[in-house]
Every structure is written in C-alpha cells, then in structure tokens.
Write a protein of this length. Structure first.
Length: 166
C-alpha cells in the first residue's frame, strides 16, 4: 500500500515535469525568445547614437552668415526697452560693438556679480546660447528677459548686432 502511494506520487511528479519541459520547448519554438531580444536591441541603440551628435552640430557662424539682419532689427525691439545701440548705457549695457566684446566689460555699467565674473567673449556662438535662455547661460544674471526660443530669431538678431560693430 505504502509503496504504491509513493510510486503514484513520484509518477505524478515525473509526469508534470515532462509536461513543463514540453511546454517550455514548444513555447521556445513558437516565440523564439532569444532572437527576438536581439532584433529589438539593435534599433534602440542606433536611434540613441544618432540623436546626440545632431544637437551639437549647430554651426552658429554659418547660421548667422545666412541670417537676415533686417529681420533681426525687428527682433531687437524686444531688447530696446533696456539696451541702447548709441554708446549709452540704459537698464542694460549698450550693445553696439557687443559681438566679440569681452563679457561684462563696459566701464561704468554696474554688472551683477555673476555677469562680471563670467569671463569669455560674446562671440556668435555664446550670444546664440545666451539669448536662448539668459538665466540658464549666466545663472543669477540681472537681465530680466526670458529668452528667444526660436533659433531663427537669434540668428537674425546676432546678424543685426554684428552690423553695429563698425
Ligand atoms: C528687462 C531689461 C532687459 C531686456 C529686455 C534685455 N536685456 Fe540684455 N541685459 C540687461 C541687463 C540688466 C544686463 C546686465 C546683466 C547683468 O549684469 O547680469 C544685460 C546684459 C546683456 C548682455 C551682456 C552684455 C555685456 O556687456 O556683457 C547682452 C549681450 C544682452 N544683455 C543682450 C540682450 C539682447 C540681445 C536682448 C533682446 C533679445 C536683451 N539683452 C534684452 C537687461 C535687459
């Protein structure tokens, strides 16, 4: 009696093991999990690799060279509340000659500490970045201006500012 029961239990155990093995084999054959994983990982990697360099590839001098200074003069109206282009400072320092001028370099204008200590030069690329978001480029700046989100506006404006350098 006892041996019979043990035999039944072992038999049942072996039977279910066999069923699991068969299910595993068939499932593997139908879904082919290993090759699916490979097929999915390839497009994801190439998509990530393709995005990063595209963002850095903005050639600002080329953008500005192709920009429209006339349209930039219209964009400058947003700056004119605080900036003059006749050599006089206002709420902000005068912007005639600002292209390629050292940052925070106008004598007699009281810059904020972050701007005064920033260093560098206002070349086309740094103006392009600064004007997108002044507070992001010079954290703590006293320039209360949200920024120009459109790349085209910034390029046109820098082209206009460059005409004031003579
Ligand atoms: C609400 C007033 C205000 C407006 C609008 C404004 N600015 Fe300014 N800007 C300032 C002030 C104030 C400073 C000095 C910031 C500091 O010291 O942190 C400044 C600084 C600057 C500087 C740095 C100059 C230097 O000598 O280092 C540039 C470049 C500049 N502004 C460009 C612009 C442009 C271009 C616009 C229009 C898109 C503009 N600003 C709009 C107030 C303004």
């Amino acid at each position: 009696m006892n041996t019979m029961e043990i035999t039944k239990i072992v038999g049942a155990f072996c039977g279910s093991l066999l069923v699991f093995l068969l299910i595993g084999t068939f499932a593997g054959a139908i879904f082919d999990t290993s090759s699916e994983a490979v097929a999915f990982s390839i497009p994801v990697e190439s998509a990530e690799g393709g995005d990063a360099p595209a963002e850095e590839a903005v050639d600002v001098p080329a953008l500005v060279a192709a920009a429209d200074a006339g349209k930039g003069e219209a964009v400058f109206k947003k700056c004119a509340a605080c900036h003059k282009v006749d050599g006089n400072n206002a709420v902000g320092p005068h912007l005639d000659g600002v292209v390629n001028r050292p940052v925070g370099s106008i004598d007699g204008f009281k810059y904020s500490a972050p701007m005064a200590g920033h260093g560098g030069t206002w070349d086309e690329a740094s103006l392009y970045q600064f004007l997108q978001s002044p507070k992001a480029y010079v954290p703590g700046t006293a320039m209360a201006f949200a920024g120009l989100p459109k790349s085209e506006d910034r390029a046109n404006l820098i082209a206009y500012l460059a005409t004031l350098n003579q």
